[in-house]
Design a protein around this ligand. Structure first.
Ligand code: GDD
Ligand code: MG
Length: 339
């Protein structure tokens, strides 16, 4: 079973963290996010992965120079320019010579969903494409997928305006596709699988879906990137991962609660950390306060500074003594309305 893993997006919603590291190479507690995605595919029976790359592809090559990840061979399909989701799938499949039924996943999703079940249902229904669905409270920032009682997809609406979604079952970002889907994707231009390809296959009656209530989170926003890690350390998904790296140094007079402290980070006396991520090599000086926020690799929060309310501090950035960041990004990042 071959899988294309989409990892070429710009990760704009996670700037400034993604200015230096592509989204799927950002760490989740103790390893890059991509390793969770590939590990899950391996558990589901995938034995070959094609990484669909664009933005900062070198970071992936540097991390897996022998083209192996989690014991699975990788190939690197690098787009000359961003082709959007379907364009990227076509490019990667052509690159890897895929000519049979295959799997596609959004590489920024952390999930325990049952891939063999999706694969089996795809074959039972003789679908052209089959999508895993998950249920969320606010479907407006996802692909919304109404189905009939058997799971045949009635339509596909990407990011509908708030309160207009016909259902709160959404595209979980894992698909089984027939190779024939590739022929319907124009070459060499941007094509969205969500806005163009799935609506067309649904209209032709070939799109099916399988609902899943397994753990699922898309780590594309600061809040979900943080939440995914708090879930890993609290054991929501099974055994809890250690929250504090063995090489971190936390002063006995510091207070750290519900937070991840990564390798070689330092938390000085009087500092307080709640519901936050302190990335590798970061330093929190005396009486610094970090709450519901993310402090990037090798960043420094100087004494008596506050980083609160879902603030993001970029790699190597200094938050000066007594400075207060509330829901802020440093350096400031201009964020487009979507993505
Ligand atoms: N190679 C490549 N080229 N990859 C891309 C490109 C591109 O042009 N654009 C996006 N990607 C990758 C991203 O890196 C990410 O892993 C994946 O495609 C999905 O893009 P996101 O930008 O994260 O999309 P989203 O989260 O807003 O929405 C998508 O995921 C939701 C579930 O997590 C859609 O598929 C929704 O329908 C879905 O509900
Ligand atoms: Mg996403």
């Amino acid at each position: 079973m071959k899988a294309v893993v989409l990892v070429g997006g710009f990760g704009t919603r996670l700037r400034p963290l993604t200015l230096t590291t592509p989204k799927q190479m950002l760490p989740l507690v103790d390893r890059p996010m991509i390793e969770y995605a590939i590990g899950a595919l391996k558990g589901g029976g995938v034995d070959e992965v094609v990484l669909s790359l664009g933005y900062k592809d070198d970071a992936f090559r540097a991390a897996y120079p022998d083209a192996q990840c989690c014991g699975i061979p990788l190939s690197y399909a690098v787009e000359p320019e961003p082709l959007d989701t379907a364009g990227a799938i076509r490019f990667a499949a052509d690159f890897a010579g895929i000519d049979e039924t295959f799997v596609v996943v959004n590489g920024d999703v952390l999930t325990d969903l049952d891939l063999p079940q999706l694969w089996q249902r795809h074959h039972e229904t003789k679908a052209t494409a089959t999508i895993a669905l998950t249920q969320v409270e606010d479907p407006s920032r996802y692909g919304v997928v109404p189905t009939d009682a058997q799971g045949q997809v009635l339509g596909f609406v990407e990011k509908p305006p708030a309160d207009t979604a016909p259902t709160n079952w959404i595209n979980a970002g894992t698909y089984v596709l027939e190779a024939a889907v590739l022929d319907g994707i124009a070459k060499g231009r941007r094509v969205s699988i969500e806005r163009e390809v799935f609506p067309r296959i649904a209209a032709a009656g070939g799109l099916w879906a399988v609902r899943s209530d397994a753990y699922w989170i898309d780590i594309g926003t600061p809040a979900t990137y943080l939440q995914a890690q708090l879930d890993l350390i609290s054991g929501v998904r099974g055994s809890a991962a250690p929250a504090i790296s063995a090489s971190a140094h936390i002063d006995p007079a510091a207070l750290v609660q519900r937070s991840v402290i990564m390798a070689d980070a330092v938390v000085a006396a009087g500092a307080v950390v709640h519901d936050s991520i302190v990335m590798a090599g970061a330093k929190l000086a005396a009486n610094a306060r970090v709450e519901s926020s993310i402090v990037g690799t090798n960043a420094v929060v100087d004494h008596d500074a506050r980083v609160v309310g879902m603030s993001l501090v970029g790699d190597g950035v200094l938050v000066g003594a007594n400075q207060h960041l509330v829901g802020a990004r440093l350096p400031a990042s201009r964020l487009p309305a979507s993505n």
